[in-house]
Design a protein around this ligand. Structure first.
Ligand SMILES: Cc1cc2nc3c(=O)[nH]c(=O)nc-3n(C[C@H](O)[C@H](O)[C@H](O)COP(=O)(O)O)c2cc1C
Length: 189
């Protein structure tokens, strides 16, 4: 059963993470989470510890340089803390913008990858993020494309959307399959 939040945003974070963890308990062993600065990652680790559930947790941050030359979004101490707990932390090229973002920023317009991203955003920012981070987690070797994972995204900050998804790599992007929507906001950012 999909849980619908009335509005998008950070206030749905705790509920989203708890719903995702209870879905994982049905037997899904990989969780991919968007956490730019680390707050949502810390919260998910706390819930997993509280629930005594061990999963392959892959945290995806913004790419280095997202908000200025060489700027890393996640502070090093938070990254270190997550790594010590066995969490994987990956920062790399965003699958649904990539070099196309550099082209559209310089010349205007949109390329096909950014059109895919905009189309997915009609389902909500968080659902688009779930697709994107799933590809990034697969391409970085942190999950397999052979089994379903849970992906969690949000609208700018925190989490408000979670799905069960069969991953694909960027070069087989259209093989990606959304299996279940665990939760999402009705009103989008
Ligand atoms: C690779 C990546 C792409 C993202 N793209 C978007 C986006 O297109 N729209 C959006 O509202 N949030 C986007 N986010 C934000 C996430 O959905 C999520 O809310 C955020 O990473 C949580 O970070 P926090 O733990 O620091 O709050 C993105 C995050 C990452 C890591």
């Amino acid at each position: 059963m999909t849980e619908y939040f009335e509005n998008f945003g950070i206030e749905n974070t705790e509920k989203t993470l708890r719903l995702a963890v209870s879905k994982a308990k049905e037997g899904i062993t990989d969780i991919v989470l968007a956490s730019s600065y680390g707050d949502t990652a810390k919260k998910l680790v706390e819930i997993l510890e509280e629930e005594n559930l061990s999963v392959n947790l892959v945290v995806i941050t913004y790419h280095q340089g997202f908000s200025g030359p060489d700027v890393k979004s996640m502070p090093e101490d938070i990254k270190e803390m997550l790594l010590k707990k066995g969490v994987k932390v990956y920062s790399g090229t965003h699958a649904l913008s990539g070099v196309e973002r550099g082209i559209s920023k310089k010349f205007g317009g949109y390329g096909p990858v950014e059109v895919i991203a905009q189309t997915l955003k009609t389902l909500g920012q968080g659902i688009k993020v779930c697709y994107e981070i799933t590809v990034m987690a697969a391409d970085s070797g942190n999950i397999s494309t052979k089994k379903d994972v849970i992906a969690i995204g949000g609208s700018g900050k925190g989490a408000d959307s979670a799905v069960v998804i069969r991953p694909a790599n960027m070069n087989t992007f259209f093989d990606i399959e959304l299996k279940e929507i665990i939760c999402m906001p009705k009103n989008k950012k």
